[in-house]
Design a protein. Structure first.
Length: 281
């Protein structure tokens, strides 16, 4: 009885420590002194790190949270894709500016990854725009009132999920920040710089998951519950899938991912685009 009570208390203490670990890490990085390399370009470093946070925020303003997004742009899908591409510059500036080998190699890896994923990703977004007859995110949601796009655009949805992993350099696509490069792009980051970098990465993952809802999962459509709650549920489901993949799929080398992209993903995306085009016409 006593041992059981002691075990329960210990488990509660450890559980509380695990729950508070993220907050402790944030506090530690906020007060940690920045580490400096030899002859860094501090201005480019700040631009790279800060823009990695700003880019997903700007991408998210066109995503409908309930009935309408913060900015209902007529070219919302293009805007979303453009803000994603800004991440390329963010990682490149971060890796280049610290004047260190491992971050630079990590930046090159992300550029190679971007060249591989961006084209099929763009074709997936074009497929959604073609099915909706519009580049506006809210119009894409309205076009799915009868049937969600994920049902008759499954290949585009699958390609979007792969590109979301690559966009956030997450899970099997985490080579730009992998341990074999001592952390890659983030190897020399410390203190607030590292905190912003991590925040930007997580923001990218959340925004990518949230964008899948209006693009493929009918937005806030659903029975009984209010639309904003359905958006939250669907976003959480997609985000949970992306996190699950991180722990189930090993890292993929950039050269192999490039081969898969050009030989598999791009042809599949073009086939999906052709099918949707035929149905729409």
């Amino acid at each position: 009885m006593t041992l059981g009570l002691a075990a329960a208390c210990l488990d509660a203490i450890l559980g509380g420590a695990r729950a508070s670990a993220p907050f402790g890490e944030v506090a530690r990085l906020l007060v940690q002194q920045r580490r400096r390399t030899l002859l860094p370009d501090t201005l480019l470093l700040r631009i790279g790190v800060v823009s990695l946070v700003v880019a997903p925020v700007l991408a998210g303003i066109v995503i409908p949270l309930a009935d309408a997004p913060v900015a209902d742009l007529a070219v919302g899908i293009v805007w979303f894709n453009a803000m994603e591409v800004c991440v390329w510059g963010s990682l490149w500036l971060t890796g280049w500016s610290v004047n260190s080998v491992y971050p630079l190699v990590g930046a090159y890896r992300f550029v190679a990854q971007g060249l591989a994923y961006e084209l099929p990703h763009m074709f997936a977004l074009i497929t959604v725009a073609l099915g909706a007859g519009s580049l506006r995110m809210s119009d894409a949601v309205q076009a799915q009132q009868g049937l969600w796009f994920v049902v008759w655009m499954p290949l585009a949805f699958l390609i979007y999920l792969v590109s979301a992993l690559a966009m956030a350099f997450w899970g099997p696509m985490s080579q730009p920040v992998s341990d074999d490069l001592a952390g890659g792009v983030r190897a020399e980051l410390s203190g607030p710089d590292r905190l912003l970098f991590q925040a930007g990465r997580y923001a990218l993952l959340v925004v990518a998951a949230a964008a899948a809802v209006p693009l493929f999962l009918g937005g806030g459509a659903g029975p009984v519950l209010p639309s904003w709650l359905w958006v939250l549920i669907k976003t959480t489901a997609v985000l949970g899938l992306l996190v699950w993949i991180r722990h189930r799929v090993p890292a993929i080398r950039m050269d192999r991912f490039t081969q898969v992209s050009w030989l598999v993903l791009i042809p599949l995306s073009l086939v999906q685009l052709l099918v949707v085009g035929i149905v729409v016409v």
